[in-house]
Design a protein around this ligand. Sequence first.
Ligand code: FES
Length: 156
Amino acid sequence: MAEHACVDLKPVEAILSRYPREEPSLIQVLQDVQRAYNYLPCDVLTRVAGELRVPLAKVFSVATFYKAFSLNPQGRTIIKVCTGTACHIRGAQQLIEEVERRLGIKPGGTTEDMAFTLQTVNCVGACAMAPVVIVGEKYVGAAKATTLAAHLARGE
Ligand code: FES
């Protein structure tokens, strides 16, 4: 697992101070850690395990079970290309190739400057807008390579 040598523990200390130091706090703490760091750094998980008195193996099993959590550093903007049936039929693969070509990353990859991570996702429930790409928080419907390029350029 790629890991930064020094992870600032101040954000996790602030998060832990908001919750009871017990196992039922685990998922909420991990959600806040994911939001604060954009992933779940190994050092931070060790700290969480110690403070909540939860075995580290259990923390990792929760961290790997939920798709919302990532154990690897992620880009500041996550690009999710829907590859569900409706989006697939309407050109999702070409959109993936466009992102790959522009950013030089494959699905699951992150640009070196940590600006973008590319992911593929199953149907996001917006088939009428297919093909759908989610850039950060923004849903881009009827996505085309050209409009996608504009969103990537703005980093939104
Ligand atoms: S298949 Fe893409 S939103 Fe449903």
